[in-house]
Design a binder for this molecule. Structure first.
Ligand SMILES: Cc1cc2nc3c(=O)[nH]c(=O)nc-3n(C[C@H](O)[C@H](O)[C@H](O)COP(=O)(O)OP(=O)(O)OC[C@H]3O[C@@H](n4cnc5c(N)ncnc54)[C@H](O)[C@@H]3O)c2cc1C
Length: 499
């Protein structure tokens, strides 16, 4: 029997869990070290006063990516959690009593667009056909690539789409639709990629296919059910998971290979080390001469937004909202400028609200509502209690004005979460929430590499490397890195099996 690798993984977010599962499934010995007392990383769970909140992701998109993960493990998604498609998928609020609910039925969606703008129904049908083609190309030919060479992007199919890498989502959408409401709806999914629609290649309209055709889903119990499912898969495959285990250093031997990590003062030896922690922090665990990317490099990147979040429990149920409600009643351009061009707190922020207990009784006591409010902001801003409170009152006022829902006197639990927490909890550079944006210059081989160019046997996974931010990309990132580790060490097995 061939000798298998002994692999140490830093962090236990989606990407680390994914890579751990793939490697253990291939027969390797895997140990994970997570600094926090819970796994899940940015997708941890907060439980308080009978309420359950997902602290990070709340949108379950691209169910095919999750299905592929479980299938690769010889399982099915349904073996681990129940999924429910939210219908309508979400509500977009444009003003008082002025909103659009996104139906899951394709013909109803076409009719909704047509009712808003003459000709927009057919335009949407054509747009979604192109978005579907791009989705299939992205999934089959692009996102599962390791990002190590520009040649990975070259195929007949991708060459035929070259113009979509030059055009932006913004110009593409605006050439087809005139209604500012439809434009906002079609530009919104790009926010998951972390960049402005005017900076994102039109090819990424495959996110519109993900939104409108593949749908928005809710795992029973919330997104943390996915983390628990992955933990179960990891344990079933023999992974050891250590929580409250802070990694203080990655150790490099005399031949320049990563041969161990220092965890809470103790050295643990490995054949291979993989870090799923934020990339800049991971490299800071190395002696300086082994770091590939400088502070200047990290400073010069375009980050996806960070976020000011509020987890709120109410002693009443709300009406006039949906599970996912987007408040797009203020200027997107102004808010985007405050995130990307001149980083500052937005004057009139757009915000997102999730009311998961509308769909899932498990998440709040009877007659109560679990609410999550999220304002996207630039990383690196000043973060104080006063600022957080100011924004809380601002958005509660807007909620009341736009939906008629009063929260004053009904708040039985409230906790905020912002930049300082991202730094403290996840060692996040400048408090970023979603890693590096997927701009043209930060895509594929132009992102920080999954393989250390200075230290042998050291790899990186997660939202700061390929393919990018989001839960599905993090799952994919884990697979890409596992495949690379296995490919790089195939000679090792041949040698070891002859011993
Ligand atoms: C508020 C918010 C909302 C989001 N919404 C969505 C959404 O709706 N849908 C979606 O698809 N995506 C969403 N995302 C993005 C998604 O959550 C992330 O892309 C994904 O969770 C990143 O996973 P990761 O494994 O790369 O990183 P992380 O989850 O950050 O995992 C890294 C882990 O490494 C640990 N670590 C760091 N340093 C050390 C150390 N020295 N020693 C040991 N451990 C260490 C950290 O504690 C952490 O657990 C959201 C993110 C946030 C923050």
């Amino acid at each position: 029997m061939s000798k298998k690798l002994n692999i140490g993984i830093i962090g236990a977010g989606y990407a680390s869990l994914s890579t751990a599962c793939y490697l253990a499934h291939a027969g390797h010995q895997v140990t994970m070290f997570e600094k926090n007392d819970s796994i899940g990383g940015r997708s941890r769970q907060l439980k308080a006063k009978g309420f359950t909140f997902d602290m990070g992701p709340t949108w379950y998109w691209m169910p095919d990516v999750f299905d592929r993960f479980f299938e690769d493990m010889g399982k099915k998604t349904i073996d681990y959690y129940d999924l429910h498609r939210t219908d309508p998928a979400y509500r977009v609020v444009f003003g008082k009593e002025d909103f659009m609910d996104m139906p899951t039925d394709p013909e109803a969606l076409i009719a909704l667009f047509e009712a808003e703008e003459k000709g927009a129904g057919e335009a949407l049908r054509k747009f979604l056909k192109k978005a579907e083609d791009n989705y299939n190309i992205a999934m089959k030919d692009l996102v599962y690539q390791p990002g190590l060479s520009p040649m990975e992007l070259v195929s007949w199919k991708t060459i035929s789409k070259l113009s979509l890498f030059i055009k932006t989502i913004s110009s593409d959408v605006r050439s087809r639709f005139k209604s500012h409401k439809l434009i906002s709806i079609l530009e919104f999914p790009v926010l998951f990629l972390g960049a402005k629609p005017s900076d994102t290649p039109a090819f990424y309209n495959f996110m519109n296919y993900a939104d409108m055709s593949l749908g928005t889903w809710h795992p029973k119990g919330g997104m943390f059910s996915v983390v628990q499912a992955m933990e179960k898969v990891a344990l079933e495959n023999g992974v050891s998971i250590c929580t409250s285990a802070n990694v203080e250093a990655i150790q490099v031997n005399d031949s320049g290979a990563a041969k161990g990590i220092l965890v809470d003062g103790e050295t643990v030896e490995f054949d291979v080390v993989i870090s799923g922690a934020d990339y800049a922090h991971s490299e800071s665990l190395l002696p300086e001469k082994y770091r590939v990317y400088s502070k200047k490099f990290w400073e010069s990147r375009t980050y996806a937004p960070s976020a000011l979040l509020f987890y709120v429990g109410l002693d009443k149920k709300l009406k006039n909202i949906l599970h996912h409600t987007l408040f797009f009643d203020t200027s997107f351009e102004e808010h985007a400028r405050a995130i990307y061009d001149s980083p500052d707190w937005p004057k009139e922020p757009m915000f997102y609200a999730s009311f998961p207990s509308q769909t899932d009784d498990f998440l709040a006591p009877e007659g109560h509502e679990a609410c999550i409010f999220l304002i996207p902001i630039a990383p690196g801003l000043e973060d104080t209690e006063e600022i957080r409170e100011k924004f809380f009152h601002m958005i509660m006022g807007r909620l009341k004005e736009l939906t008629g829902e009063e929260t004053d006197g009904h708040i039985v639990f409230k906790q905020s979460y912002c930049l300082k927490d991202f730094v403290k909890d996840y060692n996040s550079f400048k408090g970023n929430a979603y890693g590096l944006a997927n701009t043209l210059m930060q895509t594929a081989f132009l992102r920080p590499s999954i393989v250390s160019k200075k230290v042998k046997d050291l790899y990186f996974t997660g939202q700061l490397t390929v393919p990018g931010p989001g839960v599905p990309p993090s799952l994919i990132s884990g697979k890409i890195v596992a495949d690379k580790v296995i490919a790089d060490h195939s000679n090792y097995y041949r040698y070891a099996s002859n011993l």
